[in-house]
Design a protein around this ligand. Structure first.
Ligand code: IPM
Ligand code: MG
Length: 358
């Protein structure tokens, strides 16, 4: 039996609630399957750790998780600590050095969940957003000078490398090719951003030649938001820069019914480092500790983790269990308009895994 070593980093806010639920479901799945198991190592990094130690994770934190098979992450963010510190001190401090350059965000309208778009069904909204996750607007290049004076200046430089764009483009084309419609939309803003975004368009054209079986088009990011709302059925796989895709993926999650169900994988395709899986929703302090966080985003992220580990049968079983549970409105948490609690949804998914509500 294969035992996967998973680093669990619940982080802050509802992160600990949803990661605990995710672990429960993954253990149930392993028990049901019998061919694989998990060993979870827990890391208490995040806002509380920062308050004691002055940093979000230990200096050798990455060494502690480098050899794990995958990372299950909750969220980072604390009401008393500036967001740029929590982000750069933990999530980006893992994503960037571990070269998890492909951030993959599937969006679908799951059974039982209503899209705010009229008449939209699952088959008309079935997208994967590929977000460049290592450079661009999140490169961290820039600075501030003359703080507090009227001459104060601040810059954030979006930095794009040919190597970085080529690899994300190739990843996106490959992913598009693996999906039935073989359709990719390359999103940029190459009218206004006349250097790097023009390079994106050029590189897209070059890489497209390696994938003659993939149909692709390109779209400016502002127009893309309209297309997502007005013609969702014309979209399948999307590739965009770090910031553009960040924004598009919130829109996508809302159109699919709730940010609470949206999953993501921060993937290191070459597998030189572990990949990291997390729900897209943040730490949600307003509902922290109330037991009403939607764990579906974490469960779906666990599906992505299983796929990455090569456990396709387990991934399919978990996704089927999730869909069975979302189809039943009794298990909708408040973000979906219901009154179910995290534990209700978790138990229902565990039951579905065990085939108890067949
Ligand atoms: C996301 C989030 C993060 C991001 C925040 C929490 C910094 O919005 O994963 O989409 O912008 O990357
Ligand atoms: Mg976001």
């Amino acid at each position: 039996m294969k035992t996967y070593r998973i680093a669990a980093i619940p982080g802050d806010g509802i992160g600990s609630e949803v990661v605990a639920a995710g672990i429960e479901v993954l253990n149930a799945l392993a028990l049901r399957d019998g061919n694989f198991g998990f060993k979870f190592d827990h890391f208490d990094w995040g806002g509380a750790y920062y308050k004691t130690h002055g940093r979000m994770m230990p200096e050798n934190g990455r060494d502690q998780i480098r050899d794990h098979d995958a990372i299950l992450f909750g969220s980072a963010g604390h009401p008393d600590i500036p967001d740029h510190i929590t982000l750069w001190g933990l999530r980006l401090a893992i994503c960037q050095p571990f070269d998890q350059y492909a951030n993959v965000r599937p969006t679908r309208v799951l059974p039982g969940i209503t899209s705010p778009l009229r008449h939209v069904e699952s088959k008309e909204l079935d997208w994967v957003i590929v977000r460049e996750n290592s450079e661009g607007e999140y490169a961290g290049v820039g600075g501030r000078a003359h703080q507090g004076s009227p001459l104060e200046v601040a810059t954030d430089v979006a930095m794009f490398t040919r190597a970085g764009v080529e690899r994300i483009m190739r990843f996106a084309f490959k992913l598009a090719r693996s999906r039935p419609r073989k359709l990719l939309t390359v999103v940029t803003k190459s009218n206004a951003q006349r250097h790097a975004m023009v390079m994106w368009d050029e590189i897209a054209r070059e890489i497209a030649k390696e994938f003659p079986d993939v149909t692709w088009d390109k779209m400016l990011v502002d127009a893309m938001t309209m297309r997502m709302v007005i013609k969702p059925e014309t979209i399948d796989t999307i590739v965009a820069t770090n910031l553009h895709a960040d924004i598009l993926s919130d829109l996508a999650a809302a159109l699919a019914g709730s940010l609470g169900i949206a999953p993501t994988g921060n993937i290191n395709p070459e597998r030189t480092f572990p990949s990291m899986f997390e729900p897209i929703h943040g730490s949600a302090f307003d509902i922290m500790g109330k037991g009403i966080a939607n764990p579906i985003g974490t469960f779906w992220s666990a599906v992505m983790m299983l796929e990455h580990l090569g456990e396709q049968a387990g991934a399919d079983r978990l996704m089927t269990a999730i869909e069975r549970v979302t189809a039943d409105k009794r298990f909708h948490t408040p973000d979906l308009g219901g009154s179910a609690r995290t534990t209700d949804v978790t138990k229902a998914v565990v039951d579905a895994i065990q085939g108890r509500n067949d």
